[in-house]
Design a binder for this molecule. Structure first.
Ligand code: MLT
Ligand code: MN
Ligand code: ZN
Length: 291
């Protein structure tokens, strides 16, 4: 299986257009919003989430280039972990195509029908298919398991529908190779250790380095950290994800969905060195992984 990290920043990207924080003005490598593409055979590709930056991401990625027919594309579908705008808006950018097969949890599909009626909108442009991602299912020969991990609802959603609002995906190729994609983790959820056991690569929520990053004493001063950090487990600290990673050596741990305040965006930072020393990494957009 081939895995392309198309984008590795949280909503807003890095730098963020309306932000003049220390990190956004530091002239560090830019990152587009979180999106991954996977393929079993290199011919058909499936997105994990659909970033608003998808057009630029596809154009920057030779593996996803259009062809060989004049209107052919290797993009076949998308699996959504949640209904957040930074993970779903990209579908509207793909309306010029013939339509995709989309999988998402039931609550997410409902939000994309009612609160933000993206399903109805793009379906007027092509033959889109909408499938509920629940339990285990097969996507083009890949075995996929959707695991509920959080009840964090997008801000725009008004419905009081029960979740799960966020899932992680465990995707394995029967011929070998397994990846877990979990860019929206509130805590280290129960059962997550079992989920990542046996995976070659785990792509993980790296939104915040510390829980008070946006407003704390050493922080960016761009908002209420306690509030924003809710719904995203920090990397550092006793309750952070890095402490958990240490218990699972021997696999590739990749942080994605990095918020523009996260000090690990600077590869020379002490914080990023700590991440590397613990056996994890935050590689740039465009990284190719084979498992
Ligand atoms: C999140 O990941 O928490 C959301 O994407 C926040 C947002 O609306 O940008
Ligand atoms: Mn997000
Ligand atoms: Zn910033």
């Amino acid at each position: 299986m081939e895995i392309l990290l198309l984008g590795t920043a949280a909503g807003g990207g890095f730098p963020q257009w309306n932000c003049a924080c220390r990190m956004c003005t530091a002239d560090l490598p830019s990152r587009t919003q979180d999106c991954v593409a996977i393929s079993r055979d290199g011919a058909g590709w499936y997105l994990l989430n659909a970033s608003p930056d998808i057009r630029a991401q596809v154009l920057a990625t030779p593996r996803l280039a259009a062809g060989p027919g004049p209107r052919e594309t290797p993009l076949r579908g998308a699996l959504l972990t949640d209904a957040e705008l930074d993970h779903t808006l990209g579908l509207t950018m793909l309306r010029e195509g013939a339509g995709l097969r989309v999988w998402a949890p039931a609550a997410v599909l409902q939000a994309l029908r009612a609160d933000f009626p993206l399903q109805g909108i793009v379906s007027r442009y092509g033959a889109w298919e909408w499938h509920q991602a629940e339990g285990s299912f097969t996507v083009d020969g890949l075995s996929v398991t959707a695991v509920p991990i959080s009840d964090k609802k997008p801000k725009y959603v008004q419905s009081t529908a029960d979740g799960p609002w966020v899932v992680a995906y465990r995707i394995s190729d029967p011929a070998g190779g397994c990846v877990v994609y979990a860019p929206c983790l509130k805590t280290w959820p129960e059962g997550f250790d079992e989920l990542v056991a046996g995976a070659d690569c785990v792509i993980l929520d790296g939104t915040f380095y510390s829980p008070d990053e946006m407003s704390g004493a050493t922080a960016a001063g761009v908002g209420s950290g306690a509030q924003r950090a809710m719904g995203h487990i920090p990397i550092a600290g006793p309750d952070g994800s890095l402490a958990q990673i240490a218990r699972h050596p021997g696999k590739r741990w990749i942080y994605t969905h990095l918020n523009n305040t996260n000090p690990i965006l600077d590869p020379d930072s002490e914080q990023y060195k700590e991440v590397l020393a613990a056996g994890a990494e935050a590689p740039p957009d465009g990284t190719v992984i084979r498992v």
